[in-house]
Design a protein around this ligand. Structure first.
Ligand code: PMP
Length: 305
């Protein structure tokens, strides 16, 4: 693994190897961290961080759910994100802001210091080379997502990703590209680290935020882009079997971007390759960075402020 040179940690940029934490840090034992995943793209007007402020707002919202008060403002975290990309000489990059309970007590409710870091590194397609063009084979996981009022799915917290790891690792072990989870209700939830869209007769269908899932920023982006382009979007509860009946299916997330799904549980989806609506959504989404889609909502936040 090749690591970048610099990382932002507790207020300053430091060499990657120096951003360490104590083994008795609360987060390591109890999963008490919140984080974000953000991408920076090269655009015709220079590098831009996609929805930087919305992502970091969600970071603060996740922290609030867990009573974690970050010792930095939203503006300071935004600035740290910019600084770490620039210092590492990156343009197309993934950003990982993280806030976690550090060293300061061993009990579950200990009031520890909140440590904060921001890393950045180059990242290509998350689910593998060529997947954006060809699609992946997915499976429904034997692991369900957490029920409402257990672990809040709306917080992007480290502990949630125990569920994501079970789903993703099971899928890979069985030879699939990614796993799709059902909610505790038995209805569709989301992928290990992605939201889901199904296409029926030209319309996008996606599970509502009320079902246990993360309020994805890519999901929200797609809903706006689709509606602006006259593609109907329906937010509704969806049963598992609709995965086998839909015309097209794709996953979305900051890391996964828009990844078509060509089969689920060994059953071919639609024509078994990315369909016209999926390709149109990819075109609209990547068009934001390539210049073909106007940035109507100010989502592209220039790297150099
Ligand atoms: N669901 C989960 C569980 C995720 O980890 C992610 C990735 N952050 C998403 C959905 C997609 O969210 P976003 O589009 O904001 O990256």
């Amino acid at each position: 693994m090749h690591y970048p040179e610099w990382i932002w940690h507790n207020g300053s940029i430091k060499p990657w190897a120096e951003a360490t934490t104590h083994v008795m840090s609360h987060a390591l034992h109890y999963g008490s961290s919140v984080f974000e995943g953000i991408r920076c793209y090269e655009t015709p007007n220079g590098p831009a961080i996609f929805r930087l402020t919305d992502h970091n707002r969600r970071l603060f919202a996740s922290a609030r759910i867990y009573d974690m008060v970050l010792p930095y403002s939203l503006e300071e975290i935004n600035a740290a994100c910019r600084e770490v990309i620039l210092r590492n000489g990156l343009t197309r990059a993934y950003l990982r802001p993280l806030a976690y309970r550090g060293l300061g007590g061993f009990g579950l409710s200990a009031e520890t210091p909140i440590d904060v870091s921001v890393a950045s590194w180059f990242m290509g397609p998350y689910l593998g080379e060529g997947v954006l063009e060809q699609g992946i084979d997915a499976c429904v996981s034997s692991w369900q997502r957490f029920a409402p009022n257990t672990i809040p799915a709306g917080a992007k917290a480290g502990g949630n990703y125990l569920s994501g790891q079970l789903i993703a690792r099971e899928a890979r072990r069985l030879g699939f590209g990614e796993g799709i989870a059902l909610a505790s209700t038995g209805l569709l939830s989301e992928g290990a680290g992605e939201n889901l869209f199904l296409v029926f007769e030209g319309a996008l269908h996606t599970t509502p935020i009320s079902a246990a899932l993360l309020n994805g920023i890519t999901r929200n982006t797609i809903i706006s882009l689709a509606r602006d382009a006259g593609i109907p979007v329906v937010e509704r509860d969806l049963p598992r079997e609709y995965l086998y009946l839909c015309d097209e299916l794709f996953m979305c997330g900051t890391a996964a971007e828009i990844t078509p799904i060509r089969s689920v549980d060994g059953r071919q989806v639609g024509a078994g390759k990315p369909g016209p609506v999926t390709r149109r959504i990819q075109e609209l989404f990547f068009g934001l960075f390539e210049g073909g889609t106007p940035d109507r909502y100010g989502w592209l936040e220039p790297l150099e402020g």
